[in-house]
Design a protein around this ligand. Sequence first.
Ligand SMILES: O=C(O)CCC(=O)C(=O)O
Ligand SMILES: [Fe+2]
Length: 307
Amino acid sequence: MTETNPWPIAGPDVATITADHPQPLEALAAGDVPALVIRGAVSTQTCEQLVDRFVAEQLLYDPRKPIPDQFIEDAIPEGYYREGRNKDATFAWKAKTATGRRRIDIGTSLGYRGSDPDDFFAHSRETHELFAKLFTTDDDPIRVLYHNLQQLAAGKHVLTAREPDGRLYGPAIIRAHYGGYTYAPHFDSVRLREKREDFAVHSFEHQFAGVLVLQNTQLGDQTAQCVLHRCQWSPEVDPHLKEGSFHEYAERESIGNVQVVLQPGDLYFFNTRSIHEVPGIAGELPRIVLATFIGYSSDRDDIFVWS
Ligand SMILES: O=C(O)CCC(=O)C(=O)O
Ligand SMILES: [Fe+2]
């Protein structure tokens, strides 16, 4: 007898996902599915062209060449985030200088800049201008992500997050992870983790991530892939995340997980309250993704996307 998977990933395209789950985002919110995966949302050729452009525009560096100092200074440490208006990092797994594991962002991160709202919205404005120049209508991966999300939205409306006075959040962010940069088991929530009460995105009941892989890192036959644990964040789980003992806890509690294996061009959506991780692989090239967060409430017609 074959065992049926108790927590199957939905995919590989919008038509199949919506046939299996008429309200796919409700299924994510409820934790019924670990992820919605859309294969080949962008062609591998476009992915390569985009990565080449980021390097040519000096927005990312090519690790096979000498690294300009600016990138070393601008790198974001592993595990970095800030709470509320706190200017200091609340939690970072590794000090900035300790490893060659670097993350370089192109775009505006609420997690990184949100403790100074004026700076955050000014930076977001610059990001909108940069992206308008960086992408053409035909190769804009942000349009692809929003378009797919809209098709999964069962009649709700997908739009870039905004404050009531019209100030826009960053629409998405490009993140390059060098040297085996690792996301240890964690969750993301502007409500439950970062406590950003003074931002409009705080009012959504659920938070998802939408991530499009543009380039993976490879070492031998290994690539870096996200693991989603069948466990939603709770105060009980929290000490295990902070102490780095989540894997032992999951083993003890028989918490299952799935690895979401993606190729460049694949897009996935998941509920960021599920504990998740991306173990780093120190391949020659960085893993590069286009990443978003998504605010969703069952009783609201609008779906906010930000970075
Ligand atoms: O890079 C990924 O696939 C996911 C990273 C992550 O944990 C997040 O965006 O919240
Ligand atoms: Fe995350």
